[in-house]
Design a protein. Structure first.
Length: 91
């Protein structure tokens, strides 16, 4: 996933590109979730079921700032998110 901001008038638009989420632990009953946060709270959650991989394409979020991301385990039976970790830029 890649993202960048663009100024539009007096606000910003966050563009998320090439959004892909996958679950690598086959058959454990847990899926994966990518959660997109901003200064306005949770913007969107991208979920994939156990053992699956999905590409969500590109998506703009208008009038936002302070965007950050977390990846979580998703318990499909209870719909609970667990073990969320904030993503940081890698080197």
């Amino acid at each position: 996933m890649r993202y960048h901001y663009e100024r539009v008038g007096s606000s910003y638009t966050a563009y998320l590109e090439d959004i892909k989420v996958g679950d690598l632990n086959d058959g454990d009953g847990w899926g994966s979730s990518l959660v997109v946060h901003s200064d306005q709270g949770v913007l969107r959650e991208y979920r994939v079921h156990d053992s699956q991989f999905y590409s969500f394409g590109d998506e703009p979020f208008y009038r936002v700032s302070g965007v950050w991301f977390a990846i979580c385990n998703w318990n499909e039976a209870t719909d609970a998110l667990n073990s969320c970790a904030r993503l940081t830029k890698g080197g």
